[in-house]
Design a binder for this molecule. Structure first.
Ligand SMILES: [Zn+2]
Length: 300
């Protein structure tokens, strides 16, 4: 029967990683839209970091090809869950492409290690870590030590995103800064994570990706920098500017959530000092409306 034959197909896997607010969910949305147009099925595992399932709402996925893992990082604490989840998605949705969207604090290589474990190593054909970089964050020199540099250094592909938010003349310098951390990975410039999906699996003429699968480096025990999350609740927002000011004053690394204004529901997105409200192209889930998650460093 056909299902048995197609069950043997091998599919590519993408790790979408990058610091808080770099545009990972936007990239995943773009890839899903492209897959849908092309009649291919993409399965997504999202590893949110205290975001109440906001990414899931943004991706608007059917249950059978979308799973959200929370309560830890897929690079360490949830690595067994990730393998089990991917195997379940394979059996249930038989995807043509697998996407793992990590939290903003995950280590991409340690996520990739899981693709090389049984039983999923049998059907994952190749895997690529795309690291999404917020050009504005880089230009402002914010939070570039630690996890940011670790993520960039494990990129198979760098997506320099949000280039519309920086001066064009600064781009060469920003790329040079990334090149100091990761000299080899192909680098693509993007606005709103709009990238030709065909570019996400660059050719591998020297077989580097194949070789590392057969000789993986041991997963390093690691701990993550401490981040704390906090949820603010709002009734209907009558003064959007005051809301933005209030969130700005709390100086989160990242803010995200849906609010109801007198003009209708809006999404609040905050990355560093840039805090914005925008219209939505869908109705947010009622239980998420009026709640904003803030993420900041904790000194714990
Ligand atoms: Zn980890």
């Amino acid at each position: 029967m056909l299902p048995r034959m197609s069950a043997r197909k091998r599919v590519p896997a993408l790790v979408v990683s990058g610091f808080l607010g770099s545009g990972k969910t936007t990239l995943v949305r773009h890839l899903l839209a492209d897959a849908q147009r092309a009649g291919r099925r993409a399965a997504v595992v999202s590893n949110e970091f205290g975001e109440l399932g906001i990414d899931g709402a943004l991706l608007n996925r059917a249950d059978d090809d979308y799973v959200e893992l929370s309560g830890g990082c897929v690079c360490c604490r949830l690595s067994d869950e990730l393998v089990e989840t991917l195997q379940q998605l394979r059996e249930r949705a038989n995807p043509d492409l697998v996407i793992v969207e990590t939290s903003g604090v995950a280590l991409p290589y340690d996520v990739q290690l899981n693709f090389w474990r049984d039983p999923i190593a049998d059907w994952i054909e190749t895997d690529v870590a795309v690291i999404v970089v917020n050009a504005e964050q880089l230009a402002q020199g914010r939070d570039l030590d630690g996890i940011f540099a670790q993520q960039v250094s494990s990129a198979d592909l760098l997506l320099l995103n949000k280039i519309d938010l920086v001066a064009p003349a600064a781009l060469a310098e920003l790329e040079a800064a990334l090149r100091e951390i990761e000299p080899d990975a192909p680098l693509i410039r993007a606005v709103r994570a709009q990238v030709d999906p065909a570019l996400l699996f660059p050719p591998d003429p020297d077989g580097v990706r194949e070789r590392r699968r057969s000789e993986p480096t041991e997963s390093r025990p690691h701990h993550h920098e401490s981040f704390a999350t906090e949820v603010l609740s709002f009734a209907e927002v009558s003064d959007p500017e005051a809301l933005l000011e209030r969130v700005r004053a709390l100086a989160p690394l990242r803010a995200k959530g849906f609010v109801l204004t007198s003009a209708g529901p809006r999404i609040l997105q905050g990355v560093g000092p840039r805090i914005e409200l925008s219209k939505l192209d869908f109705e947010p889930p009622a239980d998420l409306l009026g709640r904003i998650v803030l993420i900041r460093r904790s000194n714990a």
